[in-house]
Design a binder for this molecule. Structure first.
Ligand code: FAD
Length: 477
């Protein structure tokens, strides 16, 4: 039986973040992975979606290139070529991550792990067809970290198991899918990114949204994005509930009820493919009887301030902990859990602290990125706040790039004048947001931001307009 200080189950951002940190802190580490190194993020999440979106943007920009004197003549789009590139990107990054983990001294084991007891993990190897292969390996560990992530959830409506009903995994793994008529169920980040990509590829996209688009973000973001997607031909049903999917005329017919226009009505949408992007299920089928930690009401693993589950010695990190489901949040949590584990296993105290501000990003065009809280959240929580908004009409960089509608909103604490939230809806928002993450984390004040000189021409010049607006119109004294 091989012995390690730490055995990690899952090699996604949570597991890998923990593995690198634990090695840096001097622990012996083994990572068990049942599928591909890199987890959801690298193989069927962040990286493949952003590759498809990059291709989609290039295609749309080339179509619109006339304004810049770019005329590509008989422009053709070869989906298979884009998939080939996506597969190259994914396999190269997977190989790089695998090499980096091994170089860091992490022992990698391929197979399905099961927690037998607090210090014991068994690993079973499987063939591609799911049949058991070889025997069982048993690993001994001073601590175990569960970073098993989530899998796509299927809405249990009639017809959810028909051929042609898919999850994001089917679209992102292997050869992908390019339906002529695509109906997407969901109004969150995954749904809108697919709607943006496939409408640019030329698919007829219909989006079914339960309440409103990106409902956890500032209201104006969802409203503005809805306008843009509609402009690009996406048909949207809001306050919509899918009722059933049927096979019809060699395709699918999805029946929904919608109250988006006031009165409830029933609509049937024909589709060649239905993408269910309405949530993810925690992957917790990995505990031997008698060794199961406590779960939250939604089935995630409960943990304390040190990321330890209800069973001493068993820790959690990433999506499985039930927090925000983002790769960088998983990495930060994995690193923090590793520091807590190192302190518990080796002693010597723990100087690490939980990441305070986690940015949320959407890779549409323009991009969306948020940090901290919105003005509405501040009002709900009774926090005195003053908000300002900068629009892009006078921003030279945005204009020359032909950026469609966009804005930057900054939310300040009305008394301390510290930045407590920022919402960016503009080109390269995901690259600018770390500025806001740091300001919110550090409590940077309106005066300090006003003193910042922003480069010209640049998208971030509009930050200055948003601060001025918070002072002049938002009532920041
Ligand atoms: C379509 C899509 C797009 C996304 N885009 C973004 C984005 O742009 N930015 C962003 O921040 N986030 C994005 N996410 C979310 C991001 O992928 C997840 O938050 C992140 O992957 C979570 O990391 P994790 O380590 O917790 O779990 P995962 O990445 O899911 O990794 C868990 C790993 O554990 C393995 N595992 C599970 N059970 C066992 C077992 N018993 N034995 C061995 N191995 C096991 C799994 O095979 C998997 O590899 C996206 C997700 C999806 C689905």
């Amino acid at each position: 039986m091989e012995k390690f200080d730490l055995v990690i189950i899952g090699s996604g951002p949570g597991g890998a973040g923990a593995a690198f940190k634990a090695r840096a802190l001097g622990l012996t580490v083994c990572v068990v992975e049942k599928r591909d190194v890199g987890g959801t993020c690298l193989n069927r999440g962040c990286i493949p979606t952003k590759t498809l979106l990059h291709g989609a943007n290039l295609l749309r920009e080339t179509h619109e290139g006339e304004r810049y004197g770019v005329n590509a003549g008989d422009l053709r789009f070869d989906f298979a070529k884009l998939i080939e590139w996506k597969n190259t990107v994914v396999s190269s990054l997977r190989q790089n991550q695998s090499t980096a983990l091994t170089k860091a001294g992490v022992t990698m084991v391929n197979g399905t792990a099961r927690v037998e007891s607090p210090g014991k993990v068994s690993v079973h190897a499987f063939k591609e067809n799911g049949a058991a292969e070889g025997g069982e390996t048993v690993l001994e560990a001073a601590a175990i970290l569960i970073a098993s992530g989530t899998t796509p959830a299927l809405l249990p409506i009639p017809g959810h198991d028909l051929p042609g009903v898919y999850t994001s995994d089917h679209f992102l793994e292997g050869d992908g899918l390019f339906p002529k008529r695509l109906t997407i169920i969901g109004g969150g980040v995954i749904a809108v990114e697919f709607a943006a990509a496939y409408s640019s590829f030329g698919s007829e996209v219909t989006l079914l949204v339960r309440s409103s688009l990106l409902s956890v973000m500032d209201r104006e973001i969802g409203q503005t994005l809805a306008l843009q997607l509609k402009k690009r031909g996406v048909v949207m049903y809001t306050k919509a509930r899918p009722e059933c999917i049927e096979a019809k005329d060699g395709a699918l017919a999805l029946t929904l009820t919608t109250e988006g226009s006031g009165e409830a009505k029933s609509v049937t949408v024909p589709a060649d493919a239905v993408l269910m992007a309405s949530g993810r299920t925690p992957d917790t089928n990995l505990f031997a009887p008698g060794c199961t930690p406590e779960f939250t009401a939604k089935g995630f693993i409960k943990s304390d301030d040190n990321m330890m589950s209800s069973i001493p010695g068993i820790y959690v990190a990433g999506d499985i902990s039930g927090g925000v489901q983002l790769a960088h949040a998983a990495t930060a949590e994995g690193e923090y859990a590793a520091a807590c584990i190192a302190a518990a296993v080796k002693g010597g105290g723990n100087k690490a602290s939980h990441a305070q501000v986690i940015p949320s990003c959407v890779y549409t065009t323009p991009e969306i990125a948020c940090a901290g809280i919105t003005a509405a959240e501040a009002a709900e929580k009774g926090i005195p706040a003053a908000a300002g908004k900068g629009v892009f009409g006078a921003n030279g960089k945005a204009f020359l790039e032909n950026q469609e509608r966009g804005f930057i909103k900054l939310v300040f604490h009305a008394e301390s004048r510290a930045l407590i939230g920022a919402q960016f809806f503009c080109n390269r928002a995901t690259d600018i947001i770390p500025w806001a993450v740091q300001c919110v984390g550090d409590g940077t004040t309106a005066e300090q931001i006003e003193r910042t000189v922003f480069p010209h021409p640049s998208i971030c010049e509009t930050i200055a307009a948003a601060v001025s607006d918070a002072v002049s119109r938002g009532g920041l004294k």
